[in-house]
Design a protein around this ligand. Structure first.
Ligand code: GRF
Length: 177
C-alpha cells in the first residue's frame, strides 16, 4: 500500500491514481490544496498535517507516520511535497520513501529546478526519481530521463509529462518488492 505526500497541485498523485496503483492514503502539509481534492474524488483517505498544529516538525512527522501506517502504508511517495522529512519519519519507512524531482539530480536541487536549469543555460535537464534521505533532493537515484530545455515555452509541460510516466513506472516496480 502506498502513501502519497503532497503540497499543491497533485498532478503526480493523479498519475499514480490513474495508473491504478494501490494508493491507501494521501497526506499534505497544507490544507485546502488541489491534491487533497483529487484524493477525495478518488475515494482515498486524505488529511492535512499543518506544522502550525504541532510543537515541531518531528512531532508533526511522527503523527503523519502513525496515520500512514494505520492506513497500511509501506511505501511513501513524495509527489510535489515541499518539506524536508525529519530523521524520525525516515526511520519509520527505511529505504521505502521516493521523490520525483524536475531535474537531472544532483544538478538543480531545490524548489525552482526548472527555472534554475534555464537560468544556467543548460541544454538538457530532466526528471529524477530517487530514494529520500535527510538532504534536500539527495539520496540514491532510481531512474532518470533527460528532457531538452528548448523550446522553453513547453519545457514545464514536457517535464511534467515525463514525471507522470516515470513515477508510476518506478512505483509499480517498488510495489512488487
Ligand atoms: C513536480 O514538478 C515535482 O517534480 C516537484 O513539484 C512538482 C509537483 O507537481 N517536486 P504536482 O503537485 O504533482 O502537480
Amino acid at each position: 500500500m502506498i502513501g502519497v505526500l503532497v503540497s499543491g497541485e497533485g498532478s503526480n498523485l493523479q498519475a499514480l491514481l490513474d495508473a491504478g496503483l494501490p494508493v491507501a492514503a494521501v497526506a499534505s502539509n497544507r490544507p485546502g490544496v488541489r491534491a487533497l481534492d483529487r484524493a477525495e474524488a478518488a475515494g482515498v483517505p486524505a488529511a492535512a498535517f499543518e506544522l502550525d498544529g504541532f510543537v515541531d516538525r518531528g512531532q508533526r512527522d511522527a503523527t503523519m507516520a502513525n496515520w500512514l501506517q494505520e492506513h497500511g502504508v509501506r511505501l511513501v511517495v513524495c509527489a510535489g511535497y515541499m518539506q524536508l522529512l525529519t530523521p524520525g519519519f525516515l526511520d519509520r519507512f527505511p529505504e521505502r520513501i521516493v521523490n520525483v524531482h524536475p531535474s537531472l539530480l544532483p544538478e538543480f536541487p531545490g524548489a525552482r529546478a526548472i527555472d534554475d536549469a534555464v537560468a544556467a543555460g543548460a541544454e538538457t535537464t530532466g526528471v529524477t526519481v530517487h530514494l529520500v534521505d535527510g538532504g534536500l533532493d539527495t539520496g540514491p537515484v532510481i531512474r532518470q530521463e533527460a528532457v531538452p530545455v528548448q523550446p522553453r515555452e513547453t519545457l514545464t509541460a514536457r517535464i511534467h509529462a515525463v514525471e507522470h510516466r516515470l513515477l508510476p513506472e518506478v512505483v509499480r516496480e517498488l510495489c512488487v518488492r
